[in-house]
Ligand binder design. Structure first.
Ligand SMILES: C[S@@+](CC[C@H](N)C(=O)[O-])C[C@H]1O[C@@H](n2cnc3c(N)ncnc32)[C@H](O)[C@@H]1O
Length: 228
C-alpha cells in the first residue's frame, strides 16, 4: 500500500486504495468526449493509471489505439482490447512514444512531490514530436467543499467525507461510494494545487499549458515548452 492510502470494501484493493470491483461498476462520464475533442482521430494514446479500463474501453470504441498502464494487475485483468503494461508509472520507460499521453483521475495531485515529478517525467519521456499530454486536475473547491455528496443516476452515492491536512500542504481525503448492496471507502493523500502551482509543476518537467479544455479548467492540454 502507498503511504497514507487505504481502501475498504469487497474485492481487491490497489496500492493507492482503489477498489477494483468499485471501478468495474463506475460508469464513464464525459471524459472520452473531452479527450476525443482535443486530439486527432485514431491516434495512439498512452493511458497512465487506466484502472479496469473505464475510459480505455470508450476510447477504443471511438477508434483510438490505447496502451493502458497500471500498477494493479487485478485492475488490468479487466481491460479488454488494449495492450496492458503493469507497473508504477513513475519508473515507466517503454522506449517508444505516443501521440497522446493521458494522466487523468487527479494523479497529478500526488501528495509526494517526487512521485508527481516522476509521473510528469513519464508523460514527457513517452511523448512523440508534436504530441500532447492530457491531464485531469481536481476542481477548485475539491478540498474545501467538504463534506459533500453526489447521487449518481446509475444508483449510487459518492461522498467526499473529509479532507484533513497532514502537513507539507497535503490533505488526507476520505471518500465513500455507497451502492444498495455494497460500500467502498478510499483514503488517500492529495496535494491541492492552485492554477499557478499546477502550471509551475508542469514547467518543472518542461511542459506548458496549451489550453484548458473545459470551463472548470479540470482538463488540460499540455505540450513541451520546446514545441511552442
Ligand atoms: C482512481 S483510479 C482511476 C482509474 C481510471 N483512470 C478511471 O478513471 O476509471 C486510479 C488508478 O491508477 C492506478 N495508479 C495510481 N497511482 C499509480 C502509479 N503511481 N503507478 C501506476 N498506477 C497507479 C491505481 O492502481 C488505479 O487503478
Amino acid at each position: 500500500m502507498r503511504e497514507g492510502h487505504e481502501g475498504t470494501g469487497p474485492g481487491a484493493i490497489t496500492p493507492d486504495g482503489c477498489a477494483v470491483e468499485l471501478y468495474a461498476r463506475l460508469p464513464v462520464a464525459d471524459e472520452p468526449d473531452v479527450i476525443a475533442a482535443a486530439v486527432p482521430a485514431g491516434v495512439r494514446i498512452l493511458e497512465l493509471g487506466s484502472g479496469v479500463g473505464r475510459m480505455t474501453h470508450a476510447l477504443l470504441e471511438r477508434g483510438f489505439e490505447v496502451t493502458a498502464v497500471d500498477e494493479s494487475a487485478e485492475m488490468l485483468e479487466r481491460v479488454r482490447g488494449a495492450r496492458t503494461i503493469c507497473g508504477p508509472i513513475e519508473g515507466l520507460d517503454l522506449g517508444e512514444t505516443f501521440d497522446v499521453v493521458l494522466l487523468a483521475s487527479f494523479l497529478v495531485h500526488a501528495g509526494d512531490v517526487e512521485v508527481r515529478r516522476g509521473l510528469l517525467r513519464t508523460c514527457v519521456r513517452h511523448l512523440a514530436k508534436g504530441g500532447c499530454v492530457l491531464i485531469q486536475r481536481e476542481g477548485e473547491d475539491y478540498h474545501t467543499d467538504v463534506p459533500r455528496e453526489r447521487v449518481d443516476p446509475a444508483g449510487f452515492t459518492v461522498r467526499i467525507v473529509s479532507a484533513e491536512p497532514v502537513g507539507d500542504g497535503v490533505d488526507s481525503v476520505h471518500a465513500e461510494y455507497v451502492f444498495p448492496d455494497a460500500t467502498w471507502t478510499q483514503t488517500f493523500r492529495a496535494r491541492p494545487l492552485t492554477r499557478e502551482q499546477f502550471e509551475e509543476a508542469l514547467a518543472e518537467t518542461g511542459l506548458t499549458v496549451d489550453r484548458y479544455l473545459t470551463e472548470d479548467r479540470m482538463w488540460v492540454r499540455a505540450v513541451p515548452m520546446s514545441d511552442t
